[in-house]
Design a protein around this ligand. Structure first.
Ligand SMILES: Cc1ncc(COP(=O)(O)O)c(C=O)c1O
Length: 440
């Protein structure tokens, strides 16, 4: 292993989503990783870890996948990058066409950036700019859901309702209106939670639709909120209300797209299409930074004009990077060729069965599953998430529970490549780590 990697990292790298002092205190491990293959990350200390969270929800088919590797290598020999303003190239055109086809042609234009938060920014800007182009500049307010997360740049934080990430920057933000979440845990049935949240949306729109540009939602699973799952009925009702009040519906599928919830896109389960669809993370199979915002052709047309200022002048240097687009095309090829969703349904059922004993554990509440996302809550104490993470690592499993005030949500979002032995390891280590992390 490269010498003193840990010390050098602590001295030179500012790690994301981290209180750096905790690494120095030894409260939280910082693990040097030297390689990865399939579902496993290989540590510099010779240990390996089953990637139970797909490396922050990005990896789809395992690490170091032969087909994605080959596609990137091939692309590297031809064109590594070209700016997308004034130029175009085959990978970005083919990717746009194939993504549009995945929406049944409803979202016919695709705008690119490099990360999820940028996609959120783009969707918000496009929505408000569209209304301005249509002579309705007063429609520039946004709605989001309680507990929602859409990234951490200033604009994205304005529609994110996670105080830990948002509060320090309060004075910098232009906050959106936060509406009730359809989180099924809060009601007798998931349908009731969906209907109640839709009523709250309806009441708000009755009074404020004239100034509202868009509602942004994470369809089916609000991931950072603690894998809060909701009934597809909410999306159906929200779509109806947005149509009735001329408000855009932005589906942020940065985390839940590409099969995570059981369908290719999560919104499909409600039988709706959004006006804007934000994609990232799994889009490249977890290889390279790429995000996309897809929208309807008539929204695109409102920007199409002789006046430059009516165009969408937003840009990022690496927009539509060919290497990232080729990784994304290889990812789509795997979906097309390998019947991934059907294989995942069986894989998910086996994981679900393996976790079944946990659902009835006295310390566990709200065991839930949507497609390839599994979660349960444990309310014991604030330190539980840290103890659980360490206990899982001890058992060669990477899980990263989402901490709350009185406990945590333990969740599993594994890559779509686990074999039966790996599933058994995942379920066994998840249960054993719980036993160890509970207070004695
Ligand atoms: C739903 C959702 N939106 C946006 C983002 C932000 O993506 P990125 O971290 O690539 O900026 C995330 C990241 O976890 C997410 O889960």
């Amino acid at each position: 292993m490269p010498e003193r990697l840990l010390e050098r990292s602590l001295a030179a790298v500012w790690h994301p989503c981290s209180q750096m002092k905790q690494y120095d205190d030894g409260n939280m491990p910082l693990l040097p990783i030297v390689g990865a293959r399939g579902a496993w990350l290989h540590g510099a200390d010779g240990r390996r870890y089953l990637d139970g969270i797909s490396s922050w929800w990005v990896n789809l088919f395992g690490h170091c996948h032969a087909r994605i590797n080959a596609a990137i290598r091939d692309q590297l020999e031809h064109l590594e990058h070209a700016m997308l303003a004034g130029f175009t190239h085959e990978p970005v055109v083919e990717l746009s066409e194939r993504l549009a086809a995945r929406t049944g042609g409803r979202l016919g234009h695709c705008f690119y950036a490099s990360d999820g938060a940028s996609a959120t920014e783009i969707a918000l800007k496009m929505s408000a700019h569209h209304w301005r182009n249509c002579g309705r500049p007063e429609k520039h307010r946004f709605l989001c859901l309680a507990g929602g997360y859409h990234g951490e740049t200033i604009g994205a934080l304005g529609v994110t309702d996670i105080p830990l990430f948002r509060d320090a920057y309060g004075p910098l933000l232009r906050p959106a209106t936060v509406l009730a979440s359809p989180d099924a845990r809060g009601a007798a049935t998931s349908l009731e939670a969906a209907q109640a949240a839709a009523q709250a949306l309806s009441r708000h729109l009755e009074r404020h639709d004239a100034e509202t540009a868009a509602l942004i939602v994470e369809p089916l699973v609000q991931c950072a909120a603690g894998m809060a799952m909701h009934d597809p009925e909410y999306l159906r009702l929200a779509r109806e209300l947005c149509d009735r009040h001329q408000v855009h519906l932005i589906c942020d599928e940065i985390a839940v797209g590409f099969g995570r919830t059981g369908s290719f896109f999560a919104h499909e389960q409600a039988g709706i299409r959004p006006d804007f669809l934000c994609l990232s993370k799994g889009i490249t199979g977890g290889y390279l930074p790429l995000s996309a915002v897809m929208t309807r052709d008539d929204i695109y047309q409102s920007f199409y004009h002789d006046a430059t200022a009516r165009g969408f002048l937003h840009s990022h240097s690496y927009t539509g990077n060919p290497l990232a687009c080729r990784a994304a095309l290889a990812t789509l090829d795997i979906f097309d060729d390998d019947d991934v969703l059907a294989a995942n349904a069986a894989r998910g059922d086996r994981i679900d069965a393996g976790l079944a004993p946990l659902a009835h554990h006295p310390a566990v509440s709200h065991y839930r599953r949507r497609g390839m996302i599994f979660a349960f809550d444990v309310h014991v104490d604030r330190d539980f998430a840290r103890r659980y993470r360490l206990a899982a690592l001890e058992r060669e499993l990477l899980l990263r529970p989402i901490a709350g005030d009185s406990g945590a949500t333990v969740y599993l979002m594994p890559p779509y490549c686990l074999d039966n032995a790996e599933i058994d390891h995942l379920c066994r280590a998840t249960a054993e780590a719980l036993s160890e992390a509970l207070p004695t």
